[in-house]
Design a protein around this ligand. Structure first.
Ligand code: F6P
Length: 320
């Protein structure tokens, strides 16, 4: 029987993390289980930054972006000595189960601690939508909404000036945020780790859109970490009929009030995490697959191939 659940958020913050913290806290308290918030991700375990969470600690958090517990990346957590120290600190504080909200790095930490004897459950929290074992991550929908709002605005000015707007979005090494934004905004081109990048082809395509298709303006959505978008914009101005402008959306994509979809997702996933821990299950991650809340062993999720995005890339091509 568990008496005290710890909860932490790790990696880049994502809108909806607070909704997940709230859900875990309220569901646990309603089952007679105490909850301890761990500040600043795994480093809070190392530095014993623990604080009891009550019903009211999570009041008014549902609509707020960011994470009320703070987040951090702790690469040293891979080291066994660091994990052992964290285990000792949790035992001292009477924490007998842990919910970790974060990305796949955070999942690996959760798995390691489960193997050492404290049941941990992972919830997928990132705007990148790059976590295996789930169709969607907490924060993706809100980030997508932010991207769409920004690109819609850029379209207004871009079409007024016969320009090509190159918009860089986040996603780490995953193209989902770019792809979903491109489809939702009716972009002319999308460039992601999955499409690959060939500068000559991009410039040729833009020339074709301007000269043969008589497009008045063009929107190119590109994932981060692919190329220098300011340089690309200069080349667009030099080599195509468009005047090129680059916009990097940056960390604005991580902020803001979570959408109802993210609030629902986080609330449902938080509930599932507590239910699993009550059943004595650890080492699993929670996901949403075909709109059903599911769970699977973390090891299995990390080795699972992602669902193919080919149909969505095909859709994009058929809509241009
Ligand atoms: O994982 C979320 C994310 O925002 C990625 O999209 C991005 O590559 C990275 O984090 C940025 O990290 P930081 O906030 O440390 O600059």
């Amino acid at each position: 029987m568990i008496r005290k659940i710890g909860i932490l958020t790790s990696g880049g913050d994502a809108p909806g993390m607070n909704a997940a913290i709230r859900s875990v806290t309220r569901v646990a308290l309603n089952n007679g289980i105490e909850v301890v918030g761990v500040r600043d991700g795994y480093s809070g375990l190392l530095e014993k930054k623990f604080e009891p969470l009550t019903r009211t600690s999570v009041s008014d958090s549902l609509s707020r972006g960011g994470t009320l517990l703070g987040s951090a990346r702790l690469p040293e957590f891979k080291e066994e000595s660091v994990q052992n120290e964290c285990m000792d600190h949790m035992r001292e504080a009477g924490i007998d189960a842990l919910v970790v909200i974060g990305g796949d790095g955070s999942y690996r930490g959760a798995m390691a601690m489960t193997k050492k004897g404290i049941n941990c459950i992972g919830l997928p929290g990132t705007i990148d939508n790059d976590i295996p074992g789930t169709d969607f991550t907490i924060g993706f929908d809100t980030a997508l909404q932010t991207c769409v709002e920004c690109v819609d605005k850029l379209r207004d000015t871009s079409s007024s000036h016969h320009r090509c707007s190159i918009v860089e979005v986040m996603g780490n090494h995953c193209g989902d945020l770019a792809l979903y934004t491109a489809i939702s905004c009716g972009a002319e081109m999308v460039i992601t780790p999955e499409t690959g990048y060939d500068e000559v082809e991009v410039l040729e395509r833009l020339r074709y859109l301007g000269e043969a298709v008589h497009k008045n303006h063009a929107i190119v959505i590109i994932s981060e970490k692919i190329t220098d978008v300011d340089m690309l914009a200069k080349k667009v101005s030099q080599n195509t009929g468009f005047s090129g402008r680059a916009t990097v959306l940056g960390h604005i994509q991580r902020g803001g009030s979570p959408t109802p979809t993210d609030r629902m997702l986080a609330s449902r996933m938080g509930e599932k995490a507590v239910d699993l821990l009550i059943e004595g299950i650890g080492g699993q991650c929670v996901g949403i697959i075909d709109n059903q809340i599911t769970s699977m062993p973390i090891d299995e999720a990390l080795n699972r191939p992602r669902t193919s995005r080919k149909p969505l890339y095909r859709l994009f091509d058929r809509l241009v």
